[in-house]
Design a protein around this ligand. Structure first.
Ligand code: PLP
Length: 482
């Protein structure tokens, strides 16, 4: 006879009661990791596949002890990671994990709630309502904006593009599909993040209908050209759906002038979304708000607290002037998710694409309180001022050409000289710098020319860290073969 008792024997694996011991081990590891992080190369000097080659080909048949699992983590993983919390991480944009945020994430992880509905997570839902209101207020945004926390700006951008599409189609697209609908058009500049291109694809609008509006000499959208493009499309029976502006574009930090674009969008009834995923955080400092003058008149804004506010990845806040437009577009309420309550409730899954949602508001709550707005402002102001100083050092050195500067502390530069030779030299310089590992920088192109980006934003970064960039780059450039 078949033995059926095997599954009932106590299965020897880690138990909840052992969590405190292992959490302490993890915390002790973290203490040493952060204490020694400066001694690590920011980016590991390893070859693709090197880490993979150390992993078994298949999962174990029998349980392994946590001691062994943990020691494999210590032995294998940290040295094969790029250290985003390294104070000399000057690549891409920062992705800060403030200690208060890490702690909040631990607590959220212990409860592991799915915060899809109010009733599946009352405290998480209501904390999210309050945190987005706090954030809205701290940014100087008007109180009519209501917010939601997404995982990423990519999803916020997709939601905004879907909403502009459906508003233009009077919600016929979600009802009948796009077949037979007019040719939809969306307007943005090439300075926008690639997630806007992705959104145009996923939304069935197509990259060819993401109209690239020319920019002015500072790479901001040319409002007159936007107006012309909309009028031309209307005269040729195409259907303008919406406009995307950027405040702090990813490549060079381009900043569109919001007020005239908002005015044009309003004139034609177009949904206007602003991607301020990185630079929006700086608006907690009132002195930067002139850079998004007119923001009160837009329909949607996205800002990532996981970049510069310290609430670690993932945490992306989208503010909406009329949330109902988006809820009508991406929200669904099948019977099995029906909820009843006497008072009005918010079911945040209806504002976004995934049904399941993590408890992200907790880390915002911890971070806002652990730093206070003044603490966060000081960090951001310092980063911006230090990066401006670093840029001036590059500007003063004829070996380099500074190509772009941005008010929020991001500049691009390259080795002086014309054409392909300077491109090659700049790319060799970047490779040399990153192989060395003392700092980490990444690249872009400006007007087709290869350039190195420099921005600072890690919370533990000091002035000395930013000051180290110019001499390190200068010396590396001098060591390049002629
Ligand atoms: N928008 C901008 C301006 C960005 O800089 C980025 C990423 O750096 C994104 C959107 C995408 O952000 P996420 O990683 O949250 O999807």
């Amino acid at each position: 006879m078949l033995k059926i008792h095997r599954a009932q024997r106590e299965f020897r694996t880690m138990k909840y009661r052992e969590l405190p011991e292992w959490s302490r081990r993890a915390a002790t590891w973290a203490e040493s990791y952060f204490a020694t992080i400066r001694r690590r190369p920011v980016r590991p000097d390893i070859e693709p596949g090197e880490f993979l080659s150390q992993l078994p080909m298949s999962a174990p048949e029998d349980a392994e002890g946590m001691e062994r699992i943990f020691s494999d983590f210590e032995r294998l993983v940290p040295d094969a990671m790029t250290h985003w919390q390294h104070p000399r991480f000057f690549a891409y944009f920062p992705a800060n994990a403030a200690p208060a945020s890490i702690l909040a994430e631990q607590l959220a992880n212990y409860m592991a709630a799915n915060c899809m509905l109010w009733q599946t997570s009352p405290a998480a839902t209501e904390l999210e309502c309050r945190m987005v209101d706090w954030f809205c207020d701290s940014l100087g945004l008007p109180a009519h904006f209501k917010g939601v926390i997404h995982d990423s700006a990519t999803v916020a951008n997709l939601c905004a593009v879907l909403t502009m599409r459906e508003k233009a189609l009077n919600w016929e697209g979600i009802a009948r599909g796009l077949r037979g609908s007019p040719q939809l058009r969306i307007y943005a500049t090439a300075e926008n993040h690639s997630s806007i291109d992705k959104a145009a694809r996923i939304a069935g609008i197509g990259n060819a209908n993401l109209v690239q509006i020319p920019t002015e000499s500072d790479r901001a959208m040319h409002p007159g050209s936007l107006l012309e493009a909309i009028e031309k499309d209307l005269s040729e029976s195409r259907l303008p759906a919406g406009v995307v502006s950027c405040v702090g574009g990813t490549s060079t930090g381009a900043v569109d002038r919001i007020a005239p674009i908002a005015e044009i969008s309003k004139k034609f009834g177009l949904f206007h979304h602003v991607d301020a995923a990185w630079a929006g955080a700086a608006m907690i400092c009132p002195e930067f708000r002139p850079h998004w003058q007119g923001i009160a008149g837009v329909d949607s804004v996205v800002i990532n607290p996981h970049k510069w506010i310290g609430a670690q990845f993932d945490c992306s806040v989208q503010f909406l002037a009329e949330p109902d437009l988006q809820i009508r577009t991406v929200g669904l309420r099948p019977d099995y998710l029906a909820t009843s309550a006497e008072n009005p409730i918010t079911n945040y899954n209806e504002w976004t694409i995934p049904l399941g949602r993590r408890f992200r508001a907790l880390k915002l709550w911890f971070v806002f309180r652990a730093y206070g707005l003044n603490g966060l402002r000081e960090i951001i102001r310092n980063h911006i001022a230090w990066v401006h100083e670093s840029r001036r050092e590059f500007e003063a050195d004829p070996a380099f050409e500074v190509l772009t500067a941005c008010p929020f502390g991001l500049f691009t530069f390259r080795c002086s000289g014309q054409g392909e030779l300077a491109d090659v030299r700049t790319s060799q310089l970047l490779e040399k710098i990153n192989k060395d590992g003392q700092i980490y920088l990444t690249q872009t192109t400006v007007g087709g020319r290869f350039a190195i980006r420099m921005t600072a934003g890690q919370f533990e970064c000091t002035k000395a860290d930013v000051d180290s960039v110019y001499p390190l780059v200068r010396d590396a450039a001098r060591e390049l073969p002629n």
